[in-house]
Design a binder for this molecule. Structure first.
Ligand code: SF4
Length: 453
């Protein structure tokens, strides 16, 4: 099997919520299509009189609630996920309001309401398909079929893996990773750092600066969330809960149940910021963007973890995220929520164990326990909004991560009978067997049990 060559900063990306597949990927597609248009011959650009954009699969089923048309609009108008402001998507709330797209020497008016929600069931290569066409009359001047494959990653027909360096310590499974660590007497974070340097060419100092920035954005999302109350956007009218939960935890001096309440509050906070369309980090996706920030906040505020320990823990979490992405999926549209909140919780459990200095085997066991107890978790967001069950599910994912760490670090390592590779294979198989109705299409389950929106 091919070795893992995903970069840390492809897995952990900064961008607007509420769904990396539905906002970050489509925003990138809009930006990329405008770049292609501007490379067309002058005569084609001048003659173009129409832009056709069609969304398929879960992008069609839940794109409206997830803000996909607004994300595409901001990409078409030049926004990139990692630099867009908190209110970038909010300016496109009026579906009929037209904006002038700069084709390069010519403008073309386009409104978010012109984006077509096409078939939910289709035969394209990935559930999350987008077709972009620049036209003159019925003639197509330019077409690209994009796939938003999860976590904000974008592919298209004809896409080729960009040239990148070979990893210094190649692996595709946890078994191979462990062999490197054993044979070379390395620690996990050292191996991930060395691979990142070889793959991307970035120096260790640059990688650490990037990690510190990611950690700061995560902490900011928690800070913002625990200070904000009110109702989240959308027809559900969902009340934010993080601030009230945090207040209760503080009244209990963060002791006993108060500690668990605080952990819940931190995860709710970052998830509520995501649901509001504000800036978060895909960890590994926007929908699951509350779990790892909650654990980072907890480690720093409640255990006094140093920045270096948090950074090293985050590198260990990335190793787990890479394995899940490579051997299963991190897309709710492919494998359900086990690939989103399930993987986030798995990464977070590993992060706590590693940051607290436990042996590597405890880190793997914590990850395995967290993943095992998310297997089969479906994705059925109510009304297509990343709110119910997503926000509370992040809180559950954070608490489960902490519990997985407690089990793994308390009991003898030899009690563990299932390894992480087996749990990841089980997630992939469960995802293949899962009905499409439970893969981010809002066609079944909890999504249908709530009819008021
Ligand atoms: S249910 Fe899970 S996978 Fe589905 S949108 Fe919500 S967080 Fe994402």
């Amino acid at each position: 099997m091919a070795s893992i060559t995903t970069s840390i900063f492809e897995l952990l990306k900064i961008g607007p919520g509420p769904s990396s597949s539905h906002t970050i990927g489509p925003m990138r597609a809009g930006f990329d299509f405008m770049r292609l248009i501007r490379e067309l011959p002058e005569a084609d650009r001048q003659s173009a009189d129409d832009l056709e954009i069609r969304l398929f699969g879960s992008l069609s089923a839940t794109g409206e609630g997830h803000g996909t048309p607004r994300a595409i609009m901001s990409g078409l108008l030049g926004s990139q996920p990692d630099t867009c402001g908190a209110d970038t998507l909010e300016q496109f709330m009026d579906k009929d309001k037209s904006f002038d797209l700069d084709l390069g020497g010519k403008t073309l008016a386009f409104a978010p309401g012109r984006i077509i929600m096409d078939a939910v069931q289709h035969d394209y290569a990935h559930p999350n398909t987008m077709i972009f066409r620049l036209k003159v009359g019925d003639r197509i001047l330019l077409e690209r079929i994009y796939y938003s494959v999860g976590g904000g990653f974008l592919r298209w027909d004809g896409w080729e893996e960009p040239e990148r360096g070979a990893p210094l310590h190649p692996y595709s499974t946890m078994a191979e990773l462990k062999k490197h660590l054993r044979d070379k007497s390395m620690r996990l974070h050292e191996l991930i750092l060395a691979n990142e340097t070889a793959i991307t060419g970035a120096t260790e100092e640059e990688i650490n600066l990037g990690l510190d920035h990611i950690i700061a954005v995560m902490e900011q999302a928690v800070e913002n969330g625990i200070r904000t109350s009110g109702v989240l956007p959308g027809p559900i009218g969902l009340q934010r809960k993080a601030a009230a939960m945090y207040d209760r935890a503080r009244q209990e001096y963060f002791q006993g149940p108060g500690f668990i309440k605080a952990l819940n509050a931190y995860a709710l906070a970052a998830s509520e910021e995501n649901a509001a369309g504000h800036c978060v980090v895909t960890a590994p996706t926007c929908g699951a963007a509350g779990v790892i920030p909650a654990i980072i906040f907890m480690l720093k505020r409640h255990t006094g973890a140093l920045q270096t320990e948090v950074r090293e823990g985050l590198l260990a979490a990335c190793a787990i995220g890479f394995l899940c992405k490579h051997n299963a999926s991190i897309s709710g549209a492919e494998v359900g929520c086990q690939g989103e909140v399930g993987v986030a919780s798995t990464m977070a459990a590993a992060m706590i164990a590693y940051a607290r200095g436990y042996r590597f085997q405890v880190t793997e066991n914590a990850a395995e326990i967290a993943l095992e107890h998310h297997l089969g978790l479906t994705c059925d967001p109510v009304g297509g909004f990343v709110q119910i069950p997503c926000i509370e599910r992040n809180a559950m994912g954070a608490v489960k991560a902490f519990n997985a760490y407690l089990i793994a670090s308390t009991l003898d390592e030899s009690y563990q009978k299932v390894d992480l590779d087996k749990a990841i294979r089980a997630m992939a198989q469960t995802g293949r067997d899962m009905s499409n109705k439970y893969k981010e299409t809002s066609e079944a389950g909890l999504a249908l049990s709530f009819t008021e929106c």
